[in-house]
Design a protein around this ligand. Structure first.
Ligand code: IMP
Length: 430
């Protein structure tokens, strides 16, 4: 396999950073294709811990390249901060190893202001966004009034477009939300820095990607968020504004779906969610609390505590079907050790009827009661285990059941945060 996509099957935070890192070692090019700096991947490379939000993880390895496709929305302030932070730590970043699509859209200060003002105005109904301006930036893209990275090449034209946008945005910010307006001159002063520093990285990434594929390079597509946050297939409206599904590689990076020859789907051994929205298997009891503490379930991007619950296979199965999955990567299995019993949701009960899908209306999903199978728990420290056969029998049974219900074989099992704490069953990029 040479073009492999990694997706998260739940609500994000499945532990993609570590798995991406393992695969990055063998990849030549690592590609982001959707989302923005709402994502947060933690990686440990050479004993050093890095939290990446926008820059593809390939950049941490010499001789590998990172590519940000046109489907990503980019906050130039955050991108430059990330580049500077990495540079200070000795990571070499230049247009030779970081390629940014000239078609990718900018997240501008008025997008963040609107995201936050809107959330604040919603009270109890808020989506619980990361407040990074993701939704408003994608809105402008769809409304065809967005500014793209490529627009930074002509600042006079850029200024005209921002001025026009601000007419509407400031009206909303001040008139509707009582928030402070965004100043054109201040924005343009920043834009000069963005233009000067970022335009050297801009390129037609689709052509670069196609050329890399034609040369037979190994390409890793690093999905952000999870399928339950997909704008079309997730728990709408409590979703993000992009499509984390595999198919998004085509639109967001510009590659034919036929060129994708491997899909690895991440499944955390239990469920978590940040932000609001339905979560059928959520646990508000001591077990939920224990999962959060043992799994260190606090957001990489916002630091918010994550809601925790049992594994929901209605969710995972839906994501596996949508993403054309070859293998599952089950993460954080070690966090379950010590629990006397484990539950797996296989169906829901909706008004007395047994269903095996996610209803489209979130109010129906909120009324769904999970139907559980109960499996015996397992004990012990799993972090030293490197072969499936060395896991406790109950852990193996749990994994087998997950694989059976998902309809996909296991490719990897993570038994601890360290890269070495991994059972590899399928070697991608062999
Ligand atoms: P937004 O993407 O900032 O608009 O937030 C929309 C929803 O997606 C909120 O519930 C966020 O908490 C959630 N979200 C966005 N990005 C991530 C992520 O990378 N991991 C987990 N949740 C996320």
């Amino acid at each position: 396999m040479s073009n492999v996509v990694i997706v998260g099957t739940q609500w994000g935070d499945e532990g993609k950073g570590k798995v991406v890192d393992i695969l990055t070692e063998k990849a030549d090019l690592v590609v982001r294709f959707q989302g923005g700096n709402n994502a947060g991947h933690t990686l440990v490379v050479g004993g050093e811990k890095y939290a990446l939000h926008l820059v593809p993880s390939g950049i941490l390895h010499p001789a590998k390249r990172g590519l940000i496709g046109g489907g990503v929305v980019i906050d130039p302030v955050e991108l430059l901060k990330e580049i500077d932070g990495l540079t200070q730590r000795g990571v070499k970043i230049s247009p030779d190893n970081l390629l940014i699509s000239e078609r990718s859209h900018l997240i501008l200060p008025y997008h963040q202001a609107l995201d936050q003002a809107r959330e604040n105005s919603k009270g109890a109904d808020k989506i619980g966004t990361t407040g990074k301006g993701i939704g408003p930036a994608y809105e402008d893209k769809s409304a065809r009034i967005g500014l793209r990275l490529g627009d930074l090449r002509d600042l006079a034209h850029f200024r005209d477009k921002v001025k026009e946008a601000l007419g509407e945005k400031n009206h909303l910010l001040t008139g509707l939300y009582g928030a402070a307006p965004v100043n054109l001159e201040e924005l343009m002063a920043q834009a000069e820095t963005w233009a000067q520093r970022l335009t050297p990285y801009l390129t037609d990434t689709r052509r670069q990607l196609q050329a890399a594929v034609n040369r037979g390079e190994r390409v890793l597509f690093e999905g952000a968020q999870g399928i339950m946050l997909d704008l079309d297939h997730g728990t709408y409206p409590f979703v993000t504004s992009s499509n984390p599904v595999t198919g998004s590689v085509t639109a967001g990076a510009g590659l034919s779906p036929r060129a994708i020859d491997g899909v690895l789907a991440l499944v955390k051994a239990y469920s978590t969610r940040v932000g609001s929205g339905p979560f059928p298997t959520e646990l508000s009891d001591q077990t939920g609390h224990d999962l959060r503490e043992r799994g260190l379930e606090y957001g990489t991007t916002t630091g918010r505590p994550r809601r925790c619950g049992w594994l929901d296979m209605v969710v995972v199965k839906t994501s596996v079907e949508l993403c054309g999955v070859d293998h599952l990567a089950v993460t954080k299995l070690d966090v379950l050790a010590g629990l006397p019993e484990l539950k797996i949701a296989t169906h829901y009960l909706l008004d007395g009827a047994r269903i095996d899908y996610l209803p489209a209306d979130y109010r129906d999903l909120e009324r769904c009661r999970p139907v559980y199978e109960t499996w015996p728990g397992f004990e012990g420290n799993l972090s030293g285990v490197r072969r499936l056969g060395d896991l406790p029998l109950a852990a193996r049974r749990y994994l087998n059941r997950v694989s059976e219900l998902a309809g996909a074989p296991l490719g990897l099992v993570s038994v601890g945060p360290d890269r070495a704490e991994t059972i590899i069953l399928h070697d991608y990029f062999k």
